[in-house]
Design a protein around this ligand. Structure first.
Ligand code: ZN
Length: 222
């Protein structure tokens, strides 16, 4: 694929890999439409539409969101034209969703032509996530290593004591890493066997700008 920029791209990366900000930057720079099923789901729940109601139902009984509902959600939200370039940010995240993507491709008549893994070690991802801080008062975000506040654990803007986001509590962080290893890593392994020529990886254990530059090069965008 060198020299051939992907039209439709799937990005994988564990929590703390920086995948989502990388996806945003690529989307802005190269005109990809971001596809985020999590955001679509939250939006459906907020609006209380028929998908949202059934979703709330599934979640309240402790079930995972069904593959059928995800497919319906995609078909409901996406009307890509021939010109649209799609960037799936963190989908498919389970082996069940691999066939959801296939069915969606068939119903819309397109094909994902690149699977990109933003590879970060679990240790690095955990370190990054547990170093994130947020100001409970103004919402400013910090990172104890990459973007530390001037005074330890204190907001530069208003002097309020910084907190960890709820999602960054250590047991939540470890749980999300475990879910990724158990559910999403097998998806990457699947594509490596099924479509090795479409698989790419970048080393995510680098500074943000270096990861971005490598990604642009690996995808043949630069
Ligand atoms: Zn603040």
């Amino acid at each position: 694929m060198p020299g051939h920029a992907p039209l439709h791209l799937v990005m994988f990366g564990r929590p703390g890999s920086g995948k989502s900000s990388l996806a945003e930057r690529l989307g802005k720079e190269f005109g990809y439409q971001l596809v985020r099923t999590g955001e679509m789901l939250r939006e459906s729940v907020r609006k209380g539409d028929s998908i949202g109601v059934r979703l709330a139902d599934q979640l309240s009984t402790g079930n995972l969101v069904s593959d059928e509902l995800i497919l319906e959600l995609l078909e409901h939200n996406l009307r890509p034209s021939k010109e649209s370039k799609l960037l799936f940010d963190g989908f498919p995240r389970t082996l069940g969703q691999v066939s959801v993507l296939e069915r969606f491709e068939n119903s819309l008549g397109f094909k994902v032509d690149c699977f990109l893994d933003v590879a970060v070690s679990r240790e690095d991802a955990v370190a990054r996530m547990t170093c994130r801080r947020v100001c409970p008062s103004c919402g400013a975000t910090y990172h104890l290593i990459a973007k530390p506040p001037k005074v330890d654990e204190t907001c530069d803007v208003d002097g309020v004591k910084l907190e960890r986001r709820k999602d960054d509590a250590i047991d939540v962080v470890n749980y999300r890493q475990k879910v990724y290893d158990q559910q999403t890593q097998p998806v990457i392994d699947h594509y490596r066997v099924a479509t090795p020529a479409l698989c790419r990886a970048v080393n995510g254990n680098q500074a943000v700008d270096a990861v971005y530059r490598d990604t642009v090069r690996v995808l043949g965008l630069g």
